[in-house]
Design a binder for this molecule. Structure first.
Ligand code: PEP
Length: 251
């Protein structure tokens, strides 16, 4: 039985006071949750403040990205050691906004993922097809290509620590959610791919989150699917009640 994992991706939203207020509220609301792992991923500049509020609680902290080099002349970048230093346990990698707006490749995502694993943090690797790719029947190929490319050189032992987030790009922030059946079909395909690339033990262990307009109202049906082990939540992670509604749906 895989333990559900609900993570909030705040993206480029909120100011410092809003970030602290949100986690103060969440800390209280989620204090009795013992059936799921929970994390929030604020912007870099608020990680420290958020991690201080959440210290010693059942809510983890993640970053939305990182750089793969350990240190040096990389203006504007943030290393994994810096993230660890401010209390991060997770790093989101390969989010569709980084792939499609910033232009990040599987190769770059792979370098970052290897650096995160090396530092002992947990990568949340996002993969997902765009609408035109789904309509052209390329859903499986695109997800397989992103999965295999981003995980090059990862050992079976390390793979057990990776979290995959399947996020159909057409469902992110659009209000359009994949139906539970559509999502489950891809999740089951990703699990078969993990078995093919690694082995059955790894495939049974890896948690695969769904992301794309997950809300309190649709979370229960999505999370009831056999291969959906949690959610990566954007918009609904910005309000305590909405995020808690999703966490409670994972019970
Ligand atoms: C996301 O940003 O990863 C996401 C799934 O966003 P939303 O829940 O807003 O669709």
């Amino acid at each position: 039985m895989r333990r559900p994992f609900i993570a909030g991706n705040w993206k480029m939203n909120m100011d410092r006071a809003g970030a602290v207020a949100l986690v103060e509220g969440l800390k209280e609301a989620a204090k009795d949750v013992d059936y799921a792992d929970i994390a929030v991923c604020p912007p870099f500049v608020y990680l420290d403040a958020v991690a201080q509020v959440l210290k010693g609680t059942n809510i983890g902290v993640g970053a939305q990205d990182c750089y793969f080099e350990e240190k040096g002349a990389f203006t504007g970048e943030i290393s994994v050691a810096m993230l660890k230093d401010v209390g991060c346990q997770y790093v989101i990698l390969g989010h569709s906004e980084r792939r499609h707006i910033i232009g990040e490749s599987n190769e770059l995502t792979n370098k970052k993922l290897l650096a995160v694993l090396k530092a002992g943090l947990t990568p949340i690797l996002c993969i997902g097809e765009m609408l035109e790719q789904r309509e052209a029947d390329q859903t499986f190929d695109i997800n397989a290509e992103q999965f295999l490319g981003s995980l090059a050189g990862v050992s079976a032992e390390d793979m057990k620590k990776v979290v995959i987030a399947y996020e159909p790009v057409w469902a992110i922030g659009t209000g359009k959610t994949a139906t539970p059946e559509m999502a489950e079909e891809v999740h089951a395909g990703i699990r078969r791919l993990i078995e093919f690339r690694f082995n059955k033990e790894v495939a049974d262990a890896v948690r695969i989150q769904y992301g794309g307009s997950m809300k309190p109202g649709n979370a229960k049906d999505l999370l009831a699917q056999a291969d959906i082990d949690g959610g990566l939540i954007g918009g609904a992670a910005l309000k305590v009640d909405d995020f808690m509604g999703i966490i409670e749906a994972a019970k």
